[in-house]
Structure formats: structure tokens, C-alpha cells
Design a protein around this ligand. Structure first.
Ligand code: ZN
Length: 145
């Protein structure tokens, strides 16, 4: 069995932004020459998420509205009492971003079959930035035969 690790770097935009990272994962999958196995896509952060869904701009706007209803950015949060925490001077007030990330997922597993990601027609792998702008890292582990 082969195991191949990749670390992708992404510079994200302001606030909540959604990125389609399917092409990068597809490219690495085809280069790996793995015929059957799986791809684990894992975000190394506490204010991002990985999701599989439709790559559609208006849906992304709906998703931002939905997440902001679940965890309104301007609501009071204990995590935002920065004067009560031991934090660096540039620490952001980002409790809502953590809560959104906890509600979502840090990783997804995608089967690899016949050398390709076995995604459905409308499925894309999405990175959700919940507290941008930042430098982000997505770890992808491909394994199989
Ligand atoms: Zn925080």
C-alpha cells in the first residue's frame, strides 16, 4: 500500500469565505497513481472547516447567512473576553468562528476508485475560512494501492 502526504497552503480573504479545493486534490490523486484507496482532507486549524457540497456562489452566500444565524459574530462570548485570557496582542475576537468550526468538520474522507476521487456529480471539496484573512494549511493524505 502507498501512503502519500501533501500539505497545501492557502491565503484566504476577509471574514467567512469558501474555497473549492477539489482541483488540487484531484491533481495529486492522479499523480499518485493510486487506483483504489482514499483521500483524507484535513484542515490544521480551529477556525476553518472542510465540507463536501455544491460549488455554487449563491449557496455559499446562503451558507454564510446560515452560519451567522447559528453563531452571530456580534453576540457576547466568553472566549472574546481577551483581557481575561493569556493571549498575544493581535488575538482576534473570534468565538463565533470557533463555534462554526466545531459545528462543521475538520476533515473529510473521499474514496479513490479507478484512479479518481469518487465524488458525485455535484460534490466538491470545500475549505471554509471562518476567520480570514489568514495563511491556512490543508493536509491531504492519499493511501491505497
Ligand atoms: Zn480564538
Amino acid at each position: 500500500m502507498k501512503i502519500i502526504n501533501h500539505l497545501f497552503h492557502l491565503k484566504t480573504g476577509d471574514g467567512i469565505k469558501i474555497y473549492n479545493i477539489t482541483p488540487q486534490i484531484e491533481e495529486r490523486t492522479s499523480r499518485s497513481q493510486i487506483t483504489n484507496g482514499q483521500a483524507i482532507v484535513f484542515s490544521r486549524h480551529t477556525t476553518t472547516a472542510i465540507a463536501i457540497n455544491e460549488n455554487e456562489e449563491r449557496l455559499f452566500a446562503d451558507l454564510v447567512d446560515y452560519l451567522e444565524k447559528l453563531a452571530p459574530p456580534n453576540a457576547p462570548y466568553l472566549h472574546n473576553d481577551l483581557h481575561l485570557r493569556d493571549v498575544p496582542p493581535d488575538e482576534p475576537e473570534n468565538a463565533h468562528s470557533h463555534l462554526m468550526a466545531i459545528t462543521l468538520s475538520t476533515s473529510e474522507v473521499i474514496p479513490i476508485a479507478e484512479g479518481k476521487l469518487a465524488l458525485g456529480k455535484w460534490q466538491s471539496v470545500l475549505l471554509l475560512e471562518l476567520d480570514g484573512p489568514r495563511e491556512r494549511e490543508v493536509f491531504v493524505q492519499l493511501s491505497g494501492v
